[in-house]
Design a protein around this ligand. Structure first.
Ligand code: SF4
Length: 353
């Protein structure tokens, strides 16, 4: 299977069944209703269903220099408080701002960026329910709608999807970079291939290995991932040439900030980042559960609508796109809250003040 379809199928199973290591399972399999056989809530009452997202920057000095295919973010103790604030990603500069729910401050003083950008970000933050704005003496002031809960997320797992180990590309370098940087708690390689001893020897010891069959949704842990030293400094490989490598040292504080950025992006973005094409051949389904994925009847497989669909496709059959509500699907299948109402959500603009 192509990497896009493999990735979507894996995301669907992980959202339905959770991460196998977190559950102590060696295998997970999605059920027809999209949830795992085991209850999603363990005996201590905490939520274990992770936030699942795909294609997130996994660097520190160069965030987009390494893109993590799939990311799992485990809910932390104050997850519910975070979910109550907004369904969107909260901008880093707003989290870092010297603001609280009490006294309002001038946004150009509180946000560490250019004044025009500070005003624009503050307005966006108000639109998504994170800040409340008011104008005083002609200047825009802001306060938080709620204090930001720093420990809303727990462990972060990065997954490199490589369905076919016969075409590894830069796989080994990518995994060695992840292991030496230690930005996420664990790194896993997911593949559809049979994993040989030669493959194992080329994959860093810290990296876990999962074998995943996208046709039946069965996920088998071949090797557990080791915990990486997320609280220590890490080495980020920025560029590697024969005989030399450019690196940057990521401090523990840099990594804490980057981890929060990843968690926020994962919460806001999720993994349903595709849209369904206006083609009569598209059928929202997957092969092994009722998750709505872009299945093409003409190609008889999952397709990437952004790169494969449109009038240039020989099978294109113009029609209305299917009625699918990805946000409702995500809210039903994960702890993400689509439309929190715990805090004020004024859709405001500067001209209102
Ligand atoms: S445009 Fe082509 S690939 Fe996309 S759904 Fe239609 S037939 Fe399938």
């Amino acid at each position: 299977m192509r990497e896009f379809g493999f990735e979507l199928s894996l995301c669907a199973v992980l959202e339905a069944a959770g991460e196998p290591m977190a559950r102590g399972h060696s295998e997970v399999e999605a059920t027809p209703n999209g949830r795992s056989e085991a209850d999603a809530t363990p005996s201590d009452g905490s939520e274990t269903t992770p936030i699942v997202a795909r294609q997130l920057g996994g660097g520190v000095a160069r965030p987009g220099g390494r893109v993590l295919d799939t990311v799992l973010v485990e809910p932390g103790p104050t997850f519910d408080e975070r979910a109550t604030i907004t369904s969107d990603r909260i901008p880093q500069v707003v989290i870092d701002a010297d603001l609280g729910p009490g006294r309002a401050r001038r946004v150009t003083d509180a946000l560490d960026c250019r004044p025009d950008r500070a005003r624009s970000i503050a307005e966006h933050a108000a639109e998504i329910g994170v800040l409340e704005l008011e104008r005083r003496s002609g200047h825009l002031h802001a306060r938080q709608t709620a204090r930001y809960p720093a420990d809303w997320f727990g462990e972060i797992v990065g997954i490199e999807n490589k369905p076919d180990l016969g075409t590894p590309g830069a796989l080994e370098t990518q995994l060695r970079t992840d292991a030496s940087l230690g930005l996420v708690d664990r790194i896993v390689l997911a593949t559809e291939s049979y994993v040989t001893g030669a493959h194992r020897n080329r994959i860093p010891d810290e990296v876990g290995i999962w074998r995943f069959d996208p046709d039946d949704g069965e996920l088998t842990v071949i090797r557990d991932a080791e915990h990486l030293a997320v609280a220590d400094s890490g080495v980020e490989i920025l560029d590697r040439q024969p005989g030399r490598a450019d690196v940057a040292i990521a401090s523990p504080a840099d990594k804490r900030r980057a981890r929060r950025r990843i968690a926020e992006r994962a919460y806001g973005k999720g993994w349903r980042t595709f849209s369904f094409p206006n083609c009569g051949e598209i059928e929202p389904r997957s092969e092994h559960d009722d998750v709505q994925l872009p299945w093409c009847a003409w190609k008889n497989r999952l397709v990437d609508p952004a790169s494969e669909c449109g009038p240039d496709c020989p099978g294109f059959d113009p029609g209305d796109p299917p009625a699918v509500d990805p946000a409702a699907d995500r809210a039903a299948a994960s702890p993400w809250v689509a439309d929190p109402d715990g805090h004020k959500r004024d859709q405001v603009g500067l001209d209102r003040y």
